[in-house]
Ligand binder design. Structure first.
Ligand code: TYM
Length: 328
């Protein structure tokens, strides 16, 4: 059976981008593949969270995984830091990861630009840690959103390089995965880029947002003054709003507003009302399940313990071979 690995960073909350870019596929894949889904808490250390926040955030992500429908008896669900073999593989991979390629990585440049006072080595070597996560279970597929494409490419480079240096074919070259389709980029509500945690509170709809917060965020989404000619191409901010409509609303609703746009009769207020109600219809049952799960700390603890045991079995196997290949 083919192996699948993916994870989410536990910084803050989970938004619709995380869900439609990645988590939705986790749930679908658990039935067909040998799956490892983890909480990337080592990765979150680049921003120095305090210990209480770190623990709470891990439970938070786990509650999202379970609420979305992940079954801990099917998929292995674990916390990255419970599997220290990850860190050992990261160390080995770093020996063949070069400053040039790491510093050219788009996400590194972006983070360094956003936080010039915290350009730490963990940030620079973020792609090697991510490669370690994936190669730890010798994954075939990695369900991720479009923003992770470059990291996957680097993972393949590091796998190839290890194989080349040690004259082996031990590591496979994992592929980014979205059920035969292009990788997803869910736009944010500011009309400019992707929905993301670092783009400001109003840019993202979180799976724990109350109904009235969702309504407020969507109604404030950026629009323009409307088309001036029939069948005009949509500018980016409007195309992004329609993309959200495509993701969250029915095909009929999408076609209705698309036709209205093409006939220059669009009322953005009506479109946003539709989008807000559809977002609420989608988010509110998930939110209820997440909140119920968060109240059951025993269950969350037990689930992670069970996941850590299963993940370590696979990790120890890989690291035993890797150490042998390296010559230890
Ligand atoms: P993170 O925590 O930023 O995001 C988790 C997942 O959500 C996807 N995603 C999106 N997809 C579509 N549209 C968006 N607007 C959007 N925003 C986020 C991301 O592509 C990702 O799949 N480095 C990773 C975590 C990670 C990982 C790994 C993933 C660490 N090790 C190994 C896969 C395999 C990250 O920061 O994702």
């Amino acid at each position: 059976m083919k192996t699948v690995v993916s994870g989410v960073r536990p910084t803050g909350r989970i938004h619709l981008g995380n869900y439609f870019g990645a988590m939705r596929n986790f749930v679908r894949m658990q039935h067909e593949y040998d799956c490892y889904f983890f909480i990337a808490d080592y990765h979150s250390l680049t921003t120095h969270p305090n210990p209480e926040a770190l623990r709470a955030n891990n439970y938070h992500i786990l509650a999202h995984y379970l609420a979305a429908g992940l079954d801990p008896d099917k998929a292995v669900i674990y916390t990255q830091s419970d599997v220290p073999e990850t860190a050992e593989l990261y160390l080995f991979l770093n020996m063949n990861a070069y400053l040039g390629e790491l510093s050219r990585c788009t996400s590194f440049k972006e983070k360094a630009r956003q936080n010039p006072d915290n350009v730490n080595a963990g940030l620079l070597t973020y792609p090697t840690l991510m490669a370690a996560d994936i190669l730890l279970h010798r994954a075939d597929f990695v369900p991720v959103g479009k923003d992770q494409e470059q990291h996957l490419e680097m993972t393949r480079t590091f796998a190839q390089r290890f194989n080349h240096v040690y004259h082996t074919d031990f590591f496979k070259e994992p592929q980014a995965f979205n059920f035969g389709e292009a990788l997803v980029k869910v736009p944010g509500l500011d009309g400019k880029g992707k929905m993301g945690k670092s783009e400001g509170e109003m840019n993202a709809i979180y799976l724990t947002d109350p109904d009235e917060v969702i309504r407020k965020k969507v109604m404030k989404a950026v629009t323009d003054s409307g088309p001036t000619e029939p069948n005009q191409e949509k500018p980016e901010i409007i195309a992004n709003l329609f993309q959200l409509l495509r993701i969250l609303s029915s095909p009929e609703a999408y076609t209705f507003f698309d036709e209205q746009y093409n006939q220059c009769q669009i009322r953005y207020g009506d479109l946003k009302k539709q989008l807000a109600e559809d977002a609420i219809r989608f988010v509110s049952p998930l939110r209820e399940r997440i909140n119920a799960l968060l109240a059951d700390e025993d269950l969350l603890k037990k689930t992670l313990r069970h996941g850590a045991e299963r993940a370590r079995e696979s990790a120890v196997k890989t690291l035993t071979e890797v150490r042998h290949i390296i010559g230890f």
